[in-house]
Design a protein around this ligand. Structure first.
Ligand SMILES: Nc1nc2[nH]cc(C(=O)O)c2c(=O)[nH]1
Ligand code: SF4
Length: 266
């Protein structure tokens, strides 16, 4: 099996809860959505990228290993379109059950696996064998002006429920614009807290991220990501505070811009 890959590179994770971690990124081509703000438009189409086999990708990853390597991030596009390929690749790369980054005996490496998904493919997400962290997007209607369907949000909620059930570590990423309305964020905050609470009452022992154990609403963080480039946020800090306060009434919230843009790295 060969799948279209746009790029494989080593960098610091520039977003979310694993920000600053040294990662190897594998960017797949192709996406089932078409967001207006997509900054990696080249990866929206399966035509972009070159076809690579599992062995070719594994070799490339091995060649990019560094002493500070923390994890491998599968991104896109939408990486879950290639769930089977990811499982095969991770199986070839890792030794389950060891914490060593390099395993010289088998020449396998044991690193953590991150999936950066738009969250709309819950069945495929549930089929990934090894996941250490998921970045799951929450898309807003106005961000997919041409092709919005309510099932986008419904599927994101199903993905969240599935990750909670599987006790996986994850966070939800919400890209915001200066034009984003507080009423929209209020609605999303409420809906997310309903889903999180539903599961709290079913299984009080689930503690996915060890976030503030005493407050049942604060265990799954929402990362607000001010859209890049950050110049458009000049003199807009009050707006970002308001966004955070609106979501923060309901769930744990952090506001983190993309740092790879500041550092001018991939
Ligand atoms: N450094 C760096 N961090 C990232 N986090 C998410 C990325 C993505 O494009 O999915 C990305 C990326 O492209 N580069
Ligand atoms: S989900 Fe991500 S890759 Fe797909 S169109 Fe939207 S921003 Fe681009």
């Amino acid at each position: 099996m060969k799948v279209p890959i746009v790029e494989i590179f080593s960098s610091f994770q520039g977003e979310g809860l694993w920000i600053g971690r040294r990662q190897i990124f594998v960017r797949f081509a192709g996406c089932n959505l078409s967001c207006d703000y997509c900054d990696i438009a080249s990866s929206q189409s399966t035509d972009s990228g070159i076809l690579m086999s599992v062995d070719e990708v594994v070799e490339k990853i091995k060649g990019l290993k560094t002493s500070d390597l923390h994890s491998i991030s599968f991104t896109g596009g939408e990486p879950l379109l290639y769930a089977e390929f990811i499982n095969e690749m991770v199986n070839k790369l890792t030794d389950a059950g060891t914490d060593k980054i390099y395993n010289t005996k088998s020449n396998k490496i044991d690193v953590k696996i991150m999936i950066e998904t738009n969250g709309t493919l819950p069945d495929l997400l549930a089929n990934i064998d090894k996941i250490d962290c998921v970045s799951l997007d929450i898309k807003l209607k106005e961000q997919i002006s041409q092709n919005w369907k309510d099932e986008i949000f419904e599927n994101e909620l199903m993905s969240i429920k599935s990750l909670i059930k599987l006790k996986k570590r994850f966070y939800c990423k919400l890209v915001v614009f200066p034009s984003t309305e507080l009423a929209t964020l209020e609605k999303i905050g409420k809906e997310l807290s309903n889903v999180f609470n539903l599961y709290n009452t079913i299984d009080k022992d689930i503690n996915i991220n060890n976030y503030n154990k005493n407050n049942h609403n604060t265990r799954i963080p929402i990362v607000i990501q001010p859209v890049s480039p950050v110049d458009q946020w000049k003199n807009q800090s009050n707006l970002l505070f308001k966004f955070s306060e609106t979501i923060g009434q309901y769930v744990e919230v952090l506001t983190i811009p993309q740092i790879h843009r500041f550092l001018n790295i991939e």
